[in-house]
Ligand binder design. Structure first.
Ligand code: NAP
Length: 304
């Protein structure tokens, strides 16, 4: 039984796929206005009803009964967090994780902020976070599969929206400000575009990558410079040097034949290890991609 914390784009897609593809049920759904719960889980037609409600109206939907988070935690096994990132405090998600993990529940998340601010505290067997980095592309699984092979450096394009902006500028000849406006209109940029344009989003992903590789970086350790067009072909590059203990996100001019040069909303990461040079390319976002990865983590969490 699953407590779904956040019922926006990714949350609703996750709910649909959960009922389409597994025999699992949601026992609680929360949005910014509160939540509803049902002890035996919502039937498929009740979830269809929930999917029709406007944003923020879960508690008033009349499906199940209005519930507090503590009541919902009593009846579920897995918490799935698809609420927005809060890079100041990571709340309310961080407190929810603490409560869930201390009760022995599993947490599956697409929300980067709690991990970016408190990875060491949360590093816990029952926390599943593959959806936080490169959404549809299982980079986290790959990183977890490396030890005892030592990773030395990681370089990557980890933010699809700024990569879209830079591709429009250098491939399609669109002025920078216009490309930013276009990305806003397409809904590619975060509601607060500073998260993308000032590098908080890729910095958070870099922190998650570093900690997954065993290096205790925090968000404040990542040097960030805002996105700016520096000339062909500028990309917003996230770099982690594990030997020097340095991490940064900054606009950098890449050679056009650089293997991590990808266009539009694609992501690419290069991992240099003591014996190998690994390149991963794939989608970095998308509701369906993210929801499918969350579903994979949910199934893993339930298997223990
Ligand atoms: N979209 C992607 O492709 C993608 C990819 C990877 C990771 N992510 C991450 O996944 C998460 C969800 O993304 P999204 O695109 O689904 O965002 P979204 O459409 O804005 O949905 C966010 C949901 O969280 C709810 N919420 C806000 N504050 C809350 C609170 N205090 N308590 C409970 N619920 C609250 C919102 O409530 P209302 O409905 O009332 O507004 C909404 O239902 C974010 O952390 C995002 O960074 C997204």
């Amino acid at each position: 039984m699953i407590l779904l914390f956040g019922f926006g784009g990714v949350g609703r897609t996750y709910a649909e796929l959960l009922y389409e593809r597994t025999g699992l049920r949601l026992c609680a759904v929360f949005d910014s206005g509160g939540g509803v719960a049902k002890k035996d889980g919502f039937a498929s037609d009740e979830v269809k009803q929930l999917l029709k409600i406007p944003r923020g109206a879960a508690a008033k939907s009349g499906v199940g009964r209005a519930a507090t988070l503590d009541e919902a935690l009593d009846i579920c096994q897995v918490v799935v967090d698809v609420s927005p990132p809060n890079y100041e405090t990571a709340e309310p998600a961080l407190s929810l994780y603490r409560r869930a993990l201390s009760r022995g529940l599993a947490v599956v998340t697409a929300n980067k902020a709690p991990l970016a601010l408190a990875f060491r505290e949360l590093a816990h067997r029952r926390l599943y976070y593959k959806a936080t980095v490169m959404a549809g592309t299982p980079l986290v699984d790959l990183l977890m599969g490396l030890p005892p092979q030592k990773a030395l450096r990681v370089r990557g394009i980890l933010n699809g929206s700024t990569n879209y902006v830079m591709t429009r500028v250098y491939k399609d000849g669109v002025p920078f400000e216009k490309a930013v406006e276009e990305a806003k209109e397409l809904g590619i940029l975060e509601p607060d575009p500073r998260l993308d344009l000032e590098g908080l989003d890729p910095a958070a992903k870099l922190v998650i990558i570093a900690n997954t590789l065993g290096a205790p970086f925090a968000l404040r350790d990542v040097v960030r410079r805002p996105l700016a067009p520096l000339g062909p072909v500028t990309r917003y590059l996230a770099t982690l040097d594990l030997e020097a203990g340095r991490a940064s996100v900054e606009p950098v001019r890449l050679a056009p034949d650089d293997p991590i040069h990808v266009d539009y909303t694609m992501n690419a990461v290069e991992i240099v290890t003591e014996v190998n040079n690994i390149l991963v390319k794939g989608k970095g976002a998308g509701r369906r991609e993210t929801a499918l990865v969350l579903l994979n983590d949910t199934l893993k969490a339930l298997r223990g």
